[in-house]
Ligand binder design. Structure first.
Ligand SMILES: [Zn+2]
Length: 233
């Protein structure tokens, strides 16, 4: 199996579709007394927090970083709703995308680069293949010509350690795992390669799809998305 990094093509773009949307609930960033303020990227549109009462309301409105104690209180309320391969981190986003859209969308859209949306026909074709670890959630976009679905990419793939340069240390107070930079010609770690056909590289906003996924959406016509192969080692 080959794997490809998905990102918006440089353009000019064929499709006029644009959207402006946010996930319904957002865990705030954390202000750690030891390592400072930070938040990670990661969106889990399949997670429904509407049953968390007052916390759901807080998560709809909070955008500034919270103290460690406050962050932990909020994170503890979210934790029971997550699957084992969904990560609980400051800045985590949950629930469907909500916002506005205009224009016509291609089979797959990757703008902004950490979000992957597919059209209705692409959803049907992907489900027909019975891909592994594929989670598609209807995006609630006002003004869009057709229903779009966000692809949830869980952080289950890892970059090979030779492709990674540490940029900040881990923190034993708040649990920050430590930052790193990916080299330009980075590779996937074969030892941790997940069975999923869509996933995110742990610790980054990089989305990776399998060749099965890429082939299905390519059959539906051109998209403004570039799939660049990522070697496995
Ligand atoms: Zn810390």
């Amino acid at each position: 199996m080959r794997y490809y990094k998905a990102r918006a093509s440089k353009g000019p773009w064929r499709w006029s579709g644009r959207y402006d949307a946010e996930h319904r609930w957002v865990l705030p960033g954390v202000d750690c007394p030891q390592c400072g303020t930070w938040a990670d990227s990661g969106a889990y549109p399949t997670v429904d927090l509407s049953g968390t009462g007052a916390l759901a309301k807080e998560l709809e409105e909070t955008c500034w970083p919270r103290s460690l104690a406050e962050y932990r209180r909020m994170a503890a309320g979210v934790a029971p709703f997550l699957a084992a391969d969904q990560e609980l981190t400051p800045g985590g986003e949950f629930g469907p995308l909500r916002g506005t859209a205009s224009g016509d969308f291609g089979p797959v859209t990757a703008w902004p680069g950490w979000q992957l949306l597919v059209r209705e026909d692409a959803r049907a074709a992907l489900f027909g293949l019975q891909l592994q670890g594929l989670h598609l959630v209807p995006a609630e976009l006002q003004g869009s010509g057709g229903q779009m679905y966000e692809v949830e990419a869980r952080p289950v793939g890892r970059a090979h350690h030779a492709s990674v340069t540490p940029s900040s240390p881990s923190c034993d107070v708040c649990g920050h795992p430590g930052g790193f930079n990916l080299s330009t010609e980075w590779t996937l770690d074969a030892a941790t390669l997940p069975s999923a056909d869509v996933f995110r590289i742990w610790g980054t906003g990089v989305l990776v799809v399998s060749e099965r996924f890429a082939a299905v959406v390519a059959k539906l016509g051109a998209s403004d998305v570039e799939f660049r192969e990522v070697p496995v080692r």
